[in-house]
Design a protein around this ligand. Structure first.
Ligand SMILES: O=P(O)(O)OC[C@H]1O[C@H](O[C@H]2O[C@H](CO)[C@@H](O)[C@H](O)[C@H]2O)[C@H](O)[C@@H](O)[C@@H]1O
Length: 272
């Protein structure tokens, strides 16, 4: 059953509901959301990922609240994030784990080429080498594919039928990326990303905090890279880990379908 504006549907822990009610009444609230595995379910075809409909509805409602700023903080390239998430206007966008930022709040409206990530000659060279090496490794394993990203490349193995074969490919990709100068590696869910620009979700959230000056920050995410986001949260902030696994987040919900209940709790809290 999907979460609804009146609070029926999935139930949150009392601790999380209380933390949300406390945050909801503050004058300025910054709500940062990871995309894949948080707003959208994880799917085999990365291009098919879309917000869970009840999450999209709650995001629309929360984004329209005075004093609330919503931001997607994602590993997706900015343009892909905009196309797949279809954010309402006013929503800020952070892509490529923080390497790409759109603070215009233009929502899903198309942006100019001016926002393209600028790489140095050395970074361009390293990125090209990464893409080439990853493509040749992926060609050896059925189902593996390489996502070409502005700051690097991602080796995907979700479609590799044998998990051990996928894991072995991720290990080979990590070793190969380690041999390319200036490359940072990020492990994710059935993906190994290698990037030529240093950026973390923690730094991105701190940048948004300076930009917005909120009284509290909520960050929800599901992946290993989201832990750097949870790490920069402080007293009065709310961290929500989606799904299982170790986390520094103070609260947890079982799945992306439960995120709407979190967002509606904030909407209701601001209405009182
Ligand atoms: O920070 P996020 O918004 O969570 O983005 C992280 C990566 O998400 C995408 O990959 C993941 O989702 C895919 C679609 O569900 C799934 O097929 C894949 O296995 C996951 O790792 C995306 O493709 C990456 O570029 C993002 O960095």
């Amino acid at each position: 059953m999907a979460a609804t504006p009146d609070g029926s549907g999935p139930r949150l822990s009392e601790e999380l509901a209380e933390a949300l009610r406390t945050a909801a009444v503050l004058p300025r609230l910054l709500v940062c959301l990871d995309f894949d595995g948080c707003v959208a379910e994880l799917v085999a075809d990365a291009e098919a990922a879309r917000p869970v409909p009840s999450n999209a509805e709650a995001i629309e409602a929360l984004a329209g609240q005075p004093g609330v700023t919503l931001a997607y903080v994602s590993g997706r390239p900015l343009q892909t994030l905009r196309r797949l998430a279809q954010p309402p206007s006013g929503v800020l966008l952070v892509g490529s784990h923080g390497a790409e930022v759109d603070l215009s709040g233009a929502g899903s409206a198309a942006q100019s080429a001016a926002e393209a990530l600028e790489l140095t000659a050395a970074q361009r060279h390293a990125r090209a080498e990464l893409v080439e090496v990853f493509e040749s490794l992926a060609a050896e394993v059925e189902g593996a594919w390489v996502e070409h990203k502005p700051a690097g490349a991602g080796m995907h193995v979700r479609r590799v039928s044998d998990a051990d074969v996928g894991d072995a490919l991720l290990a080979r990709a990590e070793a190969a990326a380690g041999r390319v100068e200036g490359v940072h590696v990020k492990a994710g869910k059935r993906i190994l990303e290698a990037v030529v620009v240093h950026a973390t979700k923690g730094e991105a959230i701190e940048q948004l905090r300076v930009h917005i000056s909120p009284d509290a920050v909520l960050f929800a995410g599901d992946d290993v890279t989201d832990e750097q986001g949870f790490a920069v949260l402080g007293e009065g902030d709310v961290g929500v880990k989606v799904g299982e696994g170790p986390t520094a987040a103070s609260h947890r919900i079982p799945a992306p379908a439960d995120l709407a209940a979190v967002l509606w709790e904030l909407v209701r809290g601001r209405d009182v």
